[in-house]
Design a protein around this ligand. Structure first.
Ligand code: RIB
Length: 311
């Protein structure tokens, strides 16, 4: 392993994140409090924000290592990551269940998710230290909020000079106490952005608050069909590509796809604007397909979509 990543130094990406088994039910509407409804079609998918983002990065063409924890029941997730080109030697096994979700998808493609952490909360400090010791200053660390030890990972990685990219999802209040000023990139949706900024209002104002709060940090706010806005210090970029006529089948993993494609494109030296356009196209494709990991497109599909879109 250390040979594989120790050799000629080029920039590497480590994603310390969740791996989930998603149990997905098609429902006539998202269930209301006190209500019981019949789930229609039921399928089991590979997911987890962490694993989805690693797959998006790999399918976008990045060299990516995923770290995390699964039970015996989740070994197939590791296989799937490897099949997508993700390095999986930092995915450990323990004697307990893999994280899982219960996901409802409505006919409009909206979802509602219940998350059970399982192995995602069993990462140890020793494993974190051993994993980080294989990476060096200038490498990237990708994090979400579905595992334990996230603030510890941020502190340790920052001390080593890693560039930290955080998607604080799903949002919990304790995130506000994390060392967010140490980030390279903060990527948030509307809800996460409002919660972190502590204000409600138009998205430009919320972005201004976050950018001021975290000087030098790249802040990217994703707005679903309304596109995305980027800010760092005085810089602002807004991208909204027109609807592409694709059906909205399942929005699960749209944000994960956006993040993976944005980061890979940015790291490749393309402009932030280009990274936002590529990420938006990739996310459109994800939304038009069912499932989480399985719905994430490969770079070739995104490129042909970009060509069609340019015509
Ligand atoms: O972002 C989508 C993911 O969030 C799903 O795959 C599910 O596992 C939840 O963690």
């Amino acid at each position: 392993m250390s040979e594989k990543i120790g050799a000629p130094h080029h920039m590497r990406i480590l994603n310390y994140g969740s791996l989930n088994i998603d149990f997905v039910y098609q429902v006539p509407h998202i269930v209301r409090p006190g209500e019981t409804i019949h789930g229609g079609d039921f399928k089991t998918y590979a997911g987890g924000k962490g694993a989805n983002q690693s797959v998006a990065l790999a399918r976008a063409g990045a060299e990516i290592w995923h770290a995390g924890k699964i039970g015996e029941d989740g070994l197939w997730l590791k296989d799937l990551l490897e099949q997508s080109g993700v390095h999986a030697e930092f995915i450990h096994k323990y004697a307990g269940p893999t994280g899982h979700t219960f996901i409802q998808v409505s006919p409009e493609g909206q979802n509602a998710i219940v998350l059970y952490s399982g192995g995602n909360y069993k990462n140890s400090v020793q494993e974190v230290d051993a994993t980080l010791s294989c990476f060096a200053a200038g490498d990237y660390l990708v994090l979400q909020n579905e595992i334990n030890l996230v603030p510890e990972l941020m502190e340790k990685a920052h001390a080593k000079g890693l560039r930290i990219c955080l998607n604080p999802a799903p949002f919990t209040e304790n995130i506000k106490s994390w060392p967010l000023e140490k980030l390279e990139l903060l990527i948030v949706n509307e809800i996460e952005a409002e919660s972190l900024a502590g204000v409600v209002g138009n998205y430009e104002t919320i972005l201004d608050v976050l950018v001021e709060k975290y000087p030098g940090v790249r802040v990217l706010l994703t707005l679903g069909a309304e596109g995305s806005i980027y800010g760092r210090n005085a810089e602002r970029i807004r991208v909204q590509i027109p609807a592409l006529g694709l059906p909205v089948v399942d929005t699960t993993a749209a944000g994960d796809t956006y993040f993976g494609y944005f980061l890979k494109t940015m790291i490749s030296g393309k402009s932030i604007h280009q990274a936002m356009v590529t990420a938006s196209l990739a996310a459109y494709l994800t939304v038009s397909r069912p499932g989480a990991m399985s719905s994430i497109p490969y770079a070739a599909e995104v490129e042909s979509m970009a060509l069609e879109h340019a015509e």
